[in-house]
Design a binder for this molecule. Structure first.
Ligand code: PMP
Length: 350
């Protein structure tokens, strides 16, 4: 006898629909109330679980929209190649979407990003080219190298996630809509950090279409220039950060016209303390950009409470999984070498 299984059509049967195609697994991610962050902020803080995407990051959404847009414009044809420069997560997203649609992938990545991301890109069958990390103005910056490669290869397109607004369109049409529906139309604030800016701009624009009173806040890591831009009108970077995938020094095509109402700056130490708390107290394994986002969401929640908003609800993005950073954020030697605090349990070796 099979015990504990509900009979067919019983009210206990799952309502999760069967997906017809693996690409339908992208998006529609769960939203979770973050207990510790909510207690700290004095209001409800929610995290969008983007690590549940098939490529385990928020960037699967942009990858799908960029590739579908290139197909629709007739630029990407059957058997073609997608070339992109990325900190890694977009490369993973592009490789899996390209596999599902029959395209080849070439990814150019700075060699200071996590080994796990490089291994994942190779494991997905993409060609990986690594370059030394340089400033954007340098012609050997990963974005310029990838653009030149795409120009030289027959049948190749350059995804160009930083300035290609198919990226933020993914967040206007999917992430913002999902947040609005999941919170049943009651959301007071949204914040996240910017890499390409696709998420903050797209979710910001999408939420403002539903309700212009939603406060959109940029959370910037140290070493990025956007905090000063939105606070003082000057693109000026101060300090540095080891966070991967975020930290922008220019107004990308995706950031143009982003509806930013306010801004916060968060240190790696503060972001890491949230990574640690979320793991220890709530069992969520996340990367540093997620920790920085949660710190920003707590700051925004406190600000909205101080402004007298009634029980405000703030959402942020849990961008990717901590398992992508076992060799860095969860490695005591690496943390020590970067002058960062080591989580207690890593310290004692349990
Ligand atoms: N966090 C991580 C881990 C990322 O890889 C990225 C994308 N580079 C971001 C946050 C930022 O997302 P966006 O590019 O949409 O600004």
């Amino acid at each position: 006898m099979r015990v504990g299984l509900a009979p067919p059509n019983s009210p206990n049967m799952t309502s999760i629909p069967v997906r017809e195609h693996t690409l339908d697994l992208i998006g529609n991610t769960p939203l979770v109330r973050l207990e510790g962050a909510s207690a700290e902020a004095g209001c409800d803080i929610y995290g969008k679980c983007e690590f549940t995407n098939p490529g385990a990051s928020v960037k699967d959404r942009a990858a799908l929209y960029i590739i579908r847009d290139a197909e629709a414009r007739g630029e990407l044809k059957p058997g073609g190649t997608v070339v992109e420069g990325t900190a890694g997560n977009t490369g993973i997203g592009i490789a899996l979407v390209a596999n599902a649609l029959g395209y080849r992938t070439i990814i150019v990545m700075p060699d200071n990003q996590s080994q796990e991301k490089m291994q994942t890109i190779r494991a997905l069958g993409a060609e990986l080219v690594t370059v030394p990390p340089t400033k954007y103005a340098d012609c050997n910056h990963f974005q310029h190298v990838s653009r030149r490669m795409a120009e030289e290869i027959d049948g190749a397109i350059w995804a160009g996630q930083f300035d290609n607004t198919a990226n933020r369109k993914a967040h206007i049409e999917t992430t913002a809509k999902e947040l609005w529906e999941q919170l049943e139309g009651r959301i007071d604030g949204f914040t996240c950090a910017a890499g390409t800016g696709g998420t903050i701009a797209g979710v910001g624009m999408g939420l403002k279409e539903f309700d212009e009173n939603v406060t959109i806040a940029l959370t910037d890591p140290h070493g990025a220039a956007l905090y000063n831009y939105f606070a003082h009108g000057e693109l000026k970077a101060e300090g540095s950060s080891v966070a991967e995938g975020i930290g922008q020094g220019r107004i990308t095509g995706n950031l143009e016209g982003a509806p930013i109402d306010t801004q916060f700056r968060v240190s790696d130490e503060e972001g890491l303390s949230w990574v640690e708390r979320l793991l220890r107290e709530e069992g969520l394994s996340l990367g540093l950009s997620s920790g920085i986002n949660v710190a920003g969401a707590v700051a925004l929640g406190k600000q909205l409470v101080a402004e007298g908003r009634d029980n405000p609800r703030v959402a942020t993005i849990l961008c990717d999984t901590g398992f992508r950073y076992l060799s860095t954020l969860y490695n005591p030697e690496w943390l020590k070498a970067k002058g960062l605090p080591v989580f207690d349990w890593l310290q004692s070796g349990d």
